[in-house]
Design a protein around this ligand. Structure first.
Ligand code: 9L3
Ligand code: MG
Length: 156
């Protein structure tokens, strides 16, 4: 019985390990300046033309905030300072071999503190007010984050 239990536990541990490695975390930045937030239109891939909060995948061994700073450098050529966590949503379709929904998009409020904005990967970037957010053609995953961004813009 003990051997069977041990085998069961080993299987469980292996599954948990596999799951942790398969999960891809994605971070996004809601970069705010005054009463506007930066939104970006994806330039290529299946989501081309859709608007998003810029960002991308956290690399293995990388912290979430390091990934946020790196992605803003790579995609927008700006230095950012993260300010606060805004919210997270499940991200279907990003998990490699795992279960849908195991991955999440976590969005942070940030400020640009250096650099000159250049859209290296997006087809367009735009500074929009709270009232302009809703009507953009968003990636479905990002849309549930809009109330938190609107609330942020309203209290700044
Ligand atoms: N994604 C969704 N919303 C976002 C971001 C930054 C990313 N705000 C999704 C799109 C891709 C995946 O996450 O399927 C990885 O993002 P990227 O590395 O292609 O930007
Ligand atoms: Mg990206």
């Amino acid at each position: 019985v003990l051997t069977a239990m041990q085998a069961h536990l080993d299987l469980f541990a292996a599954a948990a390990q596999r799951r942790a490695e398969d999960v891809v975390q994605v971070v996004g930045a809601a970069l705010v300046d005054g009463d506007r937030v930066l939104v970006a239109r994806r330039g290529s891939g299946g989501l081309a033309g859709k608007w998003e909060f810029p960002g991308g995948k956290v690399e293995r061994g990388e912290s979430e905030l390091a990934a946020l700073v790196r992605e803003c450098q790579e995609e927008l050529a700006v230095d950012i300072t993260p300010q606060a966590f805004l919210g997270e949503v499940p991200l279907p379709g990003v998990v490699a071999g795992g279960e849908p929904g195991a991955s999440t998009l976590r969005v942070w409020w940030g400020r640009i503190t250096g650099g000159v904005l250049v859209a290296h990967e997006h087809s367009e970037v735009r500074w929009v007010t709270a009232g302009e957010l809703e009507d953009l053609d968003w990636i479905p995953a990002d849309r549930p984050l809009l109330p938190a961004v609107r609330a942020l813009l309203a209290r700044l």
